[in-house]
Ligand binder design. Structure first.
Ligand code: SF4
Length: 375
């Protein structure tokens, strides 16, 4: 079993119109105190003996931190967790916040994977999303990354926007493919309560996305990415062979992870925990020698088993590994879920072999229905 370390950097330069993440603008004065608090939490969580296999800086916009701040955080993780020398170390970047010197410095600090929030190649869509960069910045960011020696790059794209045509989406995905990323994540827009976009749709100044058109966009993307040689290894994620995100695989295999930083969630599998959300509270707690934990929840064995199946079904190639499941829970999947498997097969949603359980092509389109069989 592997363990990941997630570091949350809750700062952004501007707030995107669809975003409900735990992130804040205008808190530049807290960057350094926050990094110092995070260094303390890394020490507390790692204790010098914990093992970890991946490190992921997410946000927010981690690339707002200086290379020195990121380097200190990586060094602390290496000091307080047993992290293999070749561990995947990812930093999420806003394309507009970086240049080549910055990326060279990250590479030297031990970062070996970058994830760029690219979202769209269409200026009107970037404006609607409230993104503060253009597509030229994405092209420049990828060129800088390659020139700095990064051979593992992800691009995040969003589809299913209000008023978005299939042709506009095709333009975005083609523009992304022209940049030859090693990994692509495609997210269907969800309009979250409390965001400006939610407000606009509620008032009727913006139409809701069309779910049927979004399904067509996804289907077209699946075919186009397969033709371009990408493996569709997770419902929303595609990669070049060998370039699956090792950190996210830990989540999908329902393995443990440390979530450090303001509002971050962690899991020891049978216990979930989360930190206080506001950066100032997080910093104050660690400065006072108190735990930043805001709450936790214990999970029973049956819940962990069903979550392991539901998460595993997201992995379209690997699926739920039958041998790994039996070793972990003391009996094969069919011992616990014979009825669910039978119904899933009958409905054409599941494909079951002695090695793995996976969604069928039909199951991919109604994955929630397939997963609910195991609730
Ligand atoms: S850059 Fe990312 S985290 Fe920051 S506001 Fe935009 S979507 Fe949210």
């Amino acid at each position: 079993m592997q363990t990941g370390v997630y570091l949350h950097i809750p700062f952004c330069r501007a707030r995107c119109s669809y975003c409900d993440f735990n992130t804040y603008v205008g808190l530049e004065a807290l960057f350094e105190p926050y990094v110092n608090a995070l260094l303390r939490e890394i020490k507390l969580a790692g204790g010098g003996s914990a093992r970890a296999h991946t490190l992921f800086f997410g946000g927010g916009t981690p690339s707002l931190l200086s290379p020195d701040q990121i380097s200190r955080l990586i060094r602390a993780c290496r000091e307080h967790f047993h992290l293999p020398a070749d561990a995947e170390v990812t930093v999420e970047c806003n394309p507009d916040t970086i240049n080549q010197d910055y990326l060279c410095a990250l590479r030297q600090a031990g970062v070996n994977r970058l994830s760029f929030g690219a979202q769209s190649a269409n200026p009107d869509e970037l404006q609607l999303l409230g993104r503060d960069h253009g597509w030229a910045a994405v092209e420049a960011a990828v060129a800088h990354a390659r020139a700095s020696g990064f051979d593992n790059l992800n691009l995040d794209l969003i589809f299913g926007l209000p008023n978005q045509s299939l042709a506009a989406w095709q333009r975005t995905l083609r523009a992304a493919l022209d940049l030859a990323p090693d990994h692509i994540s495609l997210y269907a827009l969800t309009i979250e309560a409390g965001t400006p976009m939610h407000d606009w749709t509620r008032r009727g100044t913006l139409p809701l996305p069309d779910p049927d058109l979004a399904a067509d966009m996804y289907e077209w993307a699946e075919q186009t990415l397969a033709d371009a040689g990408y493996e569709h290894y997770e419902i929303s994620n595609w990669c070049r062979p060998g370039r699956a995100c090792a950190h996210n695989l830990i989540y999908w295999r329902n393995e443990p992870y440390h979530g450090l930083g303001a509002g971050a969630h962690g899991s020891t599998i049978y216990r979930r925990r989360w930190n206080v959300k506001r950066p100032a509270d997080y910093i104050a707690r660690l400065n006072d020698g108190r735990s930043p934990e805001a709450g936790s929840e214990d999970l029973d064995e049956a819940t962990v088993r069903s979550e392991t199946i539901m998460l595993g079904l997201r992995l379209l190639i690997e699926g739920v590994d039958q041998a790994r499941f039996a070793e972990r829970f003391g009996a094969p999947v069919e011992h616990f879920y014979a009825d669910a498997l039978e119904r899933g097969i009958k409905l054409g949603l599941l494909e079951v072999s002695p090695a793995r359980i996976r969604l069928t092509a039909r199951g991919r389109f109604v994955s929630n229905q397939a997963m609910q069989l195991f609730l």
